[in-house]
Design a protein around this ligand. Structure first.
Ligand code: HEM
Length: 446
């Protein structure tokens, strides 16, 4: 695991240096056993790939087969008609106000009854808390309640993660390992022989699917919730498809929000002036409970989140595979079967895109000179992807992140145990190596 983290961090460094040096903001990488790979940090190319010529840049088999055994035919891992049917159905549900209100109720319960007591306890006892682990467990409870209508009770630090969470972690990790094999034939052979990480992957996937199948069986006896699974079952989706769909939602929504909030909380510990402004905003809108409409506001907190994700995006890069030969707007030639990767992490750090102070954490860059929120092209800031396949949970993610940041910052302050810059590890979802260990104080107390 340490070696994998190191390998990924080195790859990240290599890509950023290459793309910064390239005047086109695009590089072509040749790697033995892998398709010719184009890595771009050019917003015009990103727009072309994700929107203008969307049909020519599906995820493609080389990508979908990595996650295929885990995600099956779920929305996250399919192209073409199988994708567009699920996308239409899910977009319809995501636009329902009832789902948004359900999400806020889930957050209220999880924050009031689990997150805040853990932080109060840590503040009382002066112990050290790994906020990354706390937020990760919080994220898993939340996405399970929203997607499955089921509470795994993961946010209980006195116990190891429950079997579903552990199996989910294992299945994601072993699927990601396929992508790091020197040539795909290696993991394919291990799969045929059912040995090593491929055997572990099969076991983990069996556990996840078994759990979800069981939840579907009992839910079908009595559909009773505002959760996504109930909604999909009510629309008549078949059992296997609905299972794959909700597993995709768990996968997409599980660690992304916790990664974003972890990095923001860390950044704020060295930018106390910005933290105070965020707290002021929270206190000005917080009249008792936080409702959906309060959460739609909070522009400064949102700017802090965007600025943190610009520097530390939860999804670091994302790849498509060309269906046919093509030419990108900057003149780069693409051949059928080439991998085309847009590079969120690199884009967030480019002087040409963000100016000389690009390495500074400065939420004010998200406002214009009159203090109004700036419109920033999603192709310059594609942390949620963009175009027809833009992240379906984007709005939900902001609601969740603002809820957590507002609830936590208005009550507590954090002091990192380590003073040095943490290491950013770009796995399927990026994380902080070694966790984010902090001492917790009630806000305003010395
Ligand atoms: C800060 C939080 C989040 C970030 C940065 C993020 C980012 C992304 C990105 C980059 C993609 C494209 C990935 C790819 O195609 O390979 C994506 C897709 C997706 N996300 Fe998110 N996401 C976040 C939170 C969520 C949440 C909370 C949910 C669910 C409730 C969610 C649901 C989805 C789904 C279903 C897709 C697939 C959409 C499709 O293929 O049509 N995301 N997200």
């Amino acid at each position: 695991m340490i070696n994998l983290s190191l390998l990924l961090s080195v790859t990240l460094g290599f890509l950023i240096i290459c793309s910064l040096l390239s005047s086109r903001k695009t590089i072509v990488v040749h790697r033995l056993g892998a398709p010719r790979t184009i890595v771009t940090a050019n917003p015009e190319n990103v727009e072309y790939i994700l929107k203008t010529n969307f049909a020519n840049f599906p995820k493609g088999k080389p990508f979908t087969e990595l996650l295929g055994d885990f995600l099956g035919l779920g929305i996250f891992n399919v192209d073409g008609d199988t994708w567009s049917t699920q996308r239409k159905l899910a977009s319809h549900e995501f636009s329902a106000r009832s789902l948004r209100e359900f999400v806020v109720k889930v957050l209220e319960d999880e924050v009031d009854n689990r997150l805040i007591p853990i932080l109060e306890n840590a503040a009382e006892n002066g112990g050290i808390l790994d906020m990354q682990e706390v937020l990760k467990r919080f994220g898993f409870d939340t996405i399970c309640k929203v997607s499955l209508g089921m509470d795994p009770f993961c946010l209980d630090l006195s116990r190891p993660p429950p079997p579903l969470a552990a199996a989910f972690d294992a299945a994601s990790e072993f699927s990601a390992m396929r992508g790091t094999a020197p040539i795909p034939a290696v993991w394919k052979l291990k799969k045929v022989l059912n040995v090593g990480s491929e055997k572990d992957l099969k076991d983990a996937v069996g556990l996840v699917r078994g759990h979800v199948d069981e939840i579907i069986r009992s839910k079908k006896k009595k559909i009773n919730g505002g959760d996504l699974l109930s909604r999909f079952l009510e629309s008549g989706v078949g059992d296997e498809m609905v299972r794959d769909m909700v597993i995709s939602f768990l996968m997409a929504g599980r660690d992304t929000t916790s990664a974003a909030v972890t990095w923001l909380l860390w950044l704020l510990t060295s930018h106390r002036g910005i933290e105070n402004r965020a707290v002021e905003e929270v206190l000005s809108v917080r009249n008792g409970r936080l409702g959906y409409d309060d959460l739609k506001g909070m522009n400064f907190v949102k700017a802090c989140l965007c600025e943190s994700m610009r520097l530390y995006p939860p999804v670091v890069w994302d790849s498509k595979h060309a269906a046919n030969d093509d030419v990108l707007p900057d003149g780069t030639r693409v051949y059928r079967g080439n991998r085309v990767t847009y590079f969120q992490y690199g884009m967030g750090r480019m002087e040409k895109l963000w100016g000389e102070d690009r390495m500074e954490f400065r939420p004010d860059r998200w406002f214009d000179e009159n203090g109004a929120v700036k419109t920033v092209s999603p192709y310059k800031f594609p942390v949620f992807q963009a175009g027809p396949r833009v992240c379906l949970g984007k709005e939900m993610a902001f609601i969740q992140m603002k809820y957590v940041v507002a609830s936590v910052l208005s009550r507590f302050e954090f002091e990192p145990v380590r003073k040095e810059q943490p290491v950013f590890v770009p796995l399927l979802t990026a994380y902080m190596a070694g966790g984010f260990n902090v001492r917790v104080r009630r806000r305003g107390q010395q």
